[in-house]
Design a protein around this ligand. Structure first.
Ligand code: ATP
Ligand code: MG
Length: 482
């Protein structure tokens, strides 16, 4: 059998060489060129079983070549590689019919695996009629880090499908932005995008908000009302903070996903709905499943395509791009906009950004408004960041109360209509007291005198508590005890 022939086009001679060497080793024939026109000539002459092409070449754009090559050979698998690395290149390549898209730098083994898969699998359906979109508008998402590349790659694969997507990530990482991009680049883009935040609506209203209600369905329902599911018909429904959805509403949602239809609250008529569902959460749903707070079957229905948004601190190389993006945005809005020094940007890369891109955006907006000079310099950034760090420390302290409250809410909710066992006060206090004493003992290396002093309690009280709370003392703790 003849070896398959792979055509490679890339401006960069080193990349051509490396690819040819690897693919020859893996048993393929290769031919390579730095010219897009040459590549087209070969395909026009009926050559090649697969194409690997760069996007930006001197005489052509690889993505634009895809539909032309497919005119000559409809089944030809085309792999695109790009150093341009924006969400547009990823989606554009996919929409124009690329078999796969690789941001540069790429992993050679990965490329070879995809080549093998493309040559052995069934040809893809290359109908691009409905999907093709031009991208004249601005980029919706900024970032060229490897972590964001992965997000774009997955996004590009699923924009033209109706698959249910679950976006996870810390607060401010861009989860809603992903949901919007999924809608805006899809064939549903001219239909409504409806977002509903489970954490922002009173629990008892969530079902009627989602599914609508009939007149008289409950006290206060003076008129019937359409729910978000019906409003989003033909478009996308974004269920934000899905972890906050009450269990009863989860059951109803599951039924809608299974049947594709529902009835409104108090209504009998069956309403059919065609919506693409995107959900987002910053919570660990697996922990919630273990605690009985989230339905496992619903989770699997929603988590068909997971997208994980990286925290900003893990993609610090994107910070200069983001900062400039926000500064440009203010300028376009007609606001006075500053430049920023290199040192200032470097400093920003070192900060932890607990509030992620939202925090960065707010900071830039504040500094831009408050700085009288034309350039934002290291000193200014230093001042603002050190203030932010103090706020973070205080808000950490505050968040103990907030997390206890959250924990208690989940605990009570999990009992639904029944009450927890009696003795609640002691049980809860014990849960706080025990780690407090253990950590304090750790801090003073087991010295109980110091621990009692630090805690502000009597030595004997501490000793009694150690016994009552069943705290195991380590050897040093015992040595140091009085
Ligand atoms: N990659 C990005 N490029 C440009 N802007 C971004 C990016 N990521 C986030 N933003 C901006 O940061 C802000 C927060 O983003 P978004 O609301 O999507 O975050 P989120 O993950 O939904 O946060 P939360 O969990 O708090 O709801 C928005 O103003 C958004 O435009
Ligand atoms: Mg959000």
């Amino acid at each position: 059998m003849n070896k398959p022939l792979i055509l490679i086009a890339d401006d960069d001679a080193t990349i051509r060489l490396v690819l040819e060497k690897k693919l020859n080793k893996d048993g393929y024939n290769t031919k390579s060129t730095g010219s897009g026109k040459q590549l087209l000539n070969w395909v026009e002459n009926g050559e090649g079983d697969l194409v690997i092409t760069d996007v930006v070449m001197e005489d052509a754009n690889g993505i634009d070549l895809i539909p032309i090559m497919h005119k000559y050979n409809q089944q030809l698998p085309i792999i695109c590689m790009s150093g341009l690395n924006t969400i547009k290149t990823a989606i554009d390549a996919n929409n124009k019919g690329a078999y796969e898209y690789f941001p540069k730098p790429f992993d050679l083994d990965n490329v070879s695996n995809v080549v093998k898969k493309a040559l052995t699998s069934e040809p893809k359906n290359l109908d691009t009629s409905e999907k093709t979109q031009s991208f004249e508008d601005d980029l919706p998402m900024i970032g060229r880090s490897a972590a964001m590349q992965e997000v774009y790659r997955v996004l590009a694969k699923v924009v033209s499908t109706d698959l249910t997507v679950m976006v996870r990530g810390e607060s401010g990482t861009g989860k809603e932005l992903v949901a919007r991009a999924l809608h805006d680049y899809s064939k549903r883009k001219d239909k409504p995008f409806i977002a509903i935040n489970m954490a922002a609506i009173p629990r008892e209203l969530i079902e009627s908000e989602l599914f609508g209600y009939e007149k008289g369905a409950f006290t206060g329902a003076d008129n019937s009302s359409k729910g978000k599911f019906e409003q989003a018909n033909g478009g996308t429904l974004f269920l934000d903070e899905i972890g906050d959805m009450p269990v009863e509403a989860q059951t109803r949602l599951l039924r809608v996903l299974q049947d594709g239809c529902f009835t409104s609250i108090g209504g009998k008529k069956i309403i059919y709905t065609d919506v693409r569902i995107v959900t987002a959460t910053h919570r660990s749903l697996s922990t919630m499943i273990n605690e009985g707070l989230f339905r496992e079957d619903l989770y699997y229905r929603l988590n068909v395509v997971p997208i994980h948004m990286p925290p900003l601190r893990d993609r610090a190389e994107d910070i200069p791009l983001l900062v400039n993006h926000f500064l440009n945005k203010y300028m376009e809005e007609g606001k006075d906009s500053k430049a920023i020094s290199k040192e200032a940007l470097e400093k920003m890369k070192e900060y932890n950004w607990p509030g992620n891109v939202r925090e960065l955006e707010n900071l830039i907006m504040r500094i831009n408004a408050l700085t009288p000079e034309d350039e934002i310099d290291l000193n200014t950034i230093d001042n603002h960041l050190s203030k932010l760090e103090t706020v973070v420390k205080i808000s950490d302290a505050v968040s103990l109360g907030a997390s206890v409250e959250k924990h208690l809410k989940q605990y009570f909710d999990s009992h639904k209509n029944s009450l927890p066992a009696t003795g609640l006060y002691d049980r809860i206090i014990r849960e706080v007291e025990r780690p407090l004493i253990i950590k304090t003992l750790d801090l003073v290396r087991g010295n109980q005198l110091k621990a009692a002093e630090l805690l502000g309690i009597n030595r004997n009280t501490l000793r009694k508590k150690i016994i009552y709370l069943d705290i195991q003392l380590t050897k040093t703790d015992k040595d140091q005890s009085l």
